[in-house]
Design a protein. Sequence first.
Length: 108
Amino acid sequence: MTTQSYDVNKLIRLWGEGLSVSAIGAALGVSKNIVVGRIHRLRKAGMDIARRHAVKPYDIMQLTPNACRYIVAEDAHRGALYCGGPQQYKSYCAAHAQLCYTPVKRGH
């Protein structure tokens, strides 16, 4: 797969939604290095793509009832660490629900 075989608009949208580089790569079918490189080149070309700050993951005791339950990391002392964003679909925020649930393809 070439670096141009994905939708740049979708890459920018997913970036703006706060998905991790790995998650964006998985959604686009490319490596995370391609995602990082493309974002860098778009910025150099003058596109206003926001820089992101590291998101603080939550442990299970910090989650509210409507917080995203997507595991983003594991910590030796606290165990699984969760996204904690607002739930949009079942137990996940919009970005993580898109990764976890694939639409059923009918007629194939």
